[in-house]
Design a protein around this ligand. Sequence first.
Ligand code: NAD
Length: 259
Amino acid sequence: MRSNQTERVSEMKMADKTVIVTGAGGGMGKAIVRKLLGEGATVAGIDLKDEAMAELKHERFLPFAASILDEKVIERVFSEMHEKTGRIDGLVNAAGIAQSATPIDDVSLDDWHRLIDINATSLFITAKQAARYMKPAGKGSIITIASVSATRPRPGLQSYIASKGAAESFTRALAIELAESGVRANTIHPGPADTGMLSQFTAKGADSEQARKEIFESSVPLGRLIQPEDIAGGVLYLLSDDASMVTGTTLHIDGGRGL
Ligand SMILES: NC(=O)c1ccc[n+]([C@@H]2O[C@H](COP(=O)([O-])OP(=O)(O)OC[C@H]3O[C@@H](n4cnc5c(N)ncnc54)[C@H](O)[C@@H]3O)[C@@H](O)[C@H]2O)c1
């Protein structure tokens, strides 16, 4: 290896590390996977969208087309990655679904259960596997992408916001429980982000392009939507040794929306 290549590898924050990313085919998920691959990690992606994950083709990327609610498959992803690389350093929970702004009168119990299952119950399933491998290793980092809406709600998103509040509380609970094993757990609260999900938050029948400008963009004090790369930068920090004393915290990457 030439010396400038050696230098680059030694500068990489995730060289030889193994990370599992849910929602890897989504807007934020893809940016997170690309960032981690660029920093030398081996990455397993889990998403329902096989084709979106195919865009990430890389010798160190392993896609698993599955639901995050399928406990057996999640168990298999962790065990295969551990068998292959001998380690599980990080879990990034980025999968999720939106709720279109709807008054509670028109939200069914099934709608509520679906949001809570995918955005919150799934975290129990993935974190349980992460703990299984990280605790004996005495290290690891778990990151959950929740939402600034958990602290700064918008009308009509009651079920989504409840799921994201649960995500943050669950992650804090993991942080205290796993601290004695050297495992860290942190939440990221994105503000309105420029991904396919954003238009799904508008009320049914509303003009999503108008909502994007008038509701979402204008609600960010720093004046623009959050880009997936903004989130990927925060994920890299929380996974890396730079954050070795950071646990139980919530990093707002929201352009000031939470203020
Ligand atoms: N976009 C925003 O404005 C915004 C704001 C705050 C928080 N968030 C959160 O950020 C995270 C990433 O969202 P995004 O903006 O990249 O949206 P996205 O829709 O682009 O990505 C979400 C991904 O999750 C996957 N997914 C959904 N259900 C799944 C399941 N059961 N099993 C496996 N995969 C599943 C989808 O296929 C999709 O690829 C989500 O948790 C979201 O709630 C988004």
